[in-house]
Write a protein that binds this ligand. Sequence first.
Ligand SMILES: NC(=O)c1ccc[n+]([C@@H]2O[C@H](COP(=O)([O-])OP(=O)(O)OC[C@H]3O[C@@H](n4cnc5c(N)ncnc54)[C@H](OP(=O)(O)O)[C@@H]3O)[C@@H](O)[C@H]2O)c1
Length: 235
Amino acid sequence: MVVTGAGRRVGHHIAQRLYQDGYTVIAHYRTHTPEIQALTELGITTVQADLSNSEQILAFVEQLKGHCHQFRALIHNASSFEPTSDDLVKVAEQYQQFFTIHMMAPFLINQSLQSMMVGEGTDPADIIHITDINVENPTPAFDIYGTTKAGLHNMTLALAKKWGPKIKVNAVAPGPVLFTPTHTEATIEQMLDETLLKKEGGAEPVYLAVKSILTNPFLTGCSIPVDGGRRLSKR
Ligand SMILES: NC(=O)c1ccc[n+]([C@@H]2O[C@H](COP(=O)([O-])OP(=O)(O)OC[C@H]3O[C@@H](n4cnc5c(N)ncnc54)[C@H](OP(=O)(O)O)[C@@H]3O)[C@@H](O)[C@H]2O)c1
């Protein structure tokens, strides 16, 4: 299984938990972190790549092929997150960055490796896109982030049609699972107020959704929200 963006937080947790549950994991990272060091010490293969343009993405694919001849699952977690700038020059850079990491990288990796994907027994293999509840109910201040995640959601549906019955393609759409240092106290308070289950979810519920997809052979073209219900009440 390949997990992208495994150098910290949710991606790291998914890679570690997959390993604990007995799967063979290749953990991708951009920045070498203590978390990547810890995965390496467990014996997990780690692969470094900056997925910022098509050349680097295709070089990453070649690195993956050098490690493995068959892939059970591709889990696209790597992501960039920041509000849309007021400066149009910066906005153009942001669009390029978000489009590349949220859409082009998953597409090129999926397309390059799909012929090497093999499920367990007669069951299909898996592609899982980590999206966001913004896909359903956008936050205007994060519209570039959100629209490129919405593109990834649409890609989930398109690839599910394209690659069934050999590969299941699904999404996990987190809500407030891990706050970032950029979230102010006021923002956190508002987010919790809008979250029906009244807490920050943590990374484990995202992993549980990933695992429920991996272990369900009759699920494709679906998106599982992991948001404590925030999508229903988010302003
Ligand atoms: N946290 C939440 O509450 C929440 C809510 C909704 C959706 N999500 C989604 O859940 C996933 C995990 O969230 P998170 O908060 O753990 O994300 P995060 O802390 O922002 O981590 C994202 C990871 O992606 C990597 N990455 C970013 N740009 C990259 C690039 N150009 N090339 C290679 N790697 C790159 C980062 O590497 P570096 O360390 O080098 O920057 C980092 O390891 C993301 O897809 C996010 O959109 C999270």
